[in-house]
Design a protein around this ligand. Structure first.
Ligand SMILES: Nc1ncnc2c1ncn2[C@@H]1O[C@H](COP(=O)(O)OP(=O)(O)O)[C@@H](O)[C@H]1O
Ligand SMILES: [Mg+2]
Length: 198
């Protein structure tokens, strides 16, 4: 069993906490927070979503890759790539980066998100949970950012009562376009707000 202690904690989302892998610095492990059923199922949902994406696309460099589920002292953990900047620090989510100090180049952040959206739509990549905390911007040694999606639950966990998007390509595409539009709008809004505070 993998033992995770609090010194390894990277961050928490709404249903899972993410830790550094104690034996491999290039990996992270996500474990459920609490014991509600949906929290415990999140890792399996993400792994299913990841496998579906890999069947459709073969080669995706804009996601963190998943390697399976392993028992830990915090329950079953999903092992995946730990996304780090060129200086070795864990990459920041779009939201954290917008609010970081010193502030980033906000027009450039917006441009990187626009390019990601273009790539997702052109390649019809079915990732729907495109919120500003589920995408990190990995800083490269030349200080450019590479966007990487680190939470792939959305593809399978379509919460609609009748999940039209899951079964009908037309609705799936419309949903993807809607989610991409929302991502752009939110990025714009948060960048504008941050800019007004500077
Ligand atoms: N592969 C990863 N590399 C680096 N940090 C990660 C990774 N996966 C998750 N994180 C961090 O952990 C947080 C929660 O992860 P996430 O998968 O979004 O959990 P939740 O299912 O609760 O939304 C993220 O916002 C991010 O800060
Ligand atoms: Mg998340």
């Amino acid at each position: 069993m993998i033992i995770l202690d609090e010194t390894l904690l990277i961050n928490q989302g709404t249903v899972r906490a993410c830790y550094h892998h104690p034996h491999n610095s290039s990996l992270a492990i996500k474990v459920p927070m609490g014991c509600k059923k949906d929290r415990e199922q999140a890792n399996q949902i993400e792994l299913n979503g990841y496998q579906a994406l890999m069947r459709e696309h073969k080669d995706l460099s804009c996601i963190s890759h998943c390697y399976g589920i392993e028992p830990t002292n915090h329950g079953d953990g999903l092992v995946c790539d730990c996304i780090c900047d060129s200086d070795g620090s864990v990459s920041k989510s779009i939201l954290d980066l917008i609010h970081s100090d010193p502030p980033p180049n906000l027009p450039y952040v917006k441009k990187v998100v626009q390019e990601l959206v273009k790539y997702i739509l052109e390649n019809n990549i079915h990732i729907f949970d495109l919120n500003l905390k589920n995408i990190v911007l990995q800083q490269q040694s030349d200080t450019t950012y590479k966007p990487i999606i680190i939470d792939l639950k959305g593809g399978y966990e379509l919460k609609e009562f009748i999940p039209l998007a899951k079964y009908i390509p037309y609705f799936r595409r419309k949903k993807l376009e809607r989610r991409c539009r929302q991502l752009l709008e939110r990025t714009d809004r948060y960048c504008q707000k941050r800019n007004s505070e500077l």
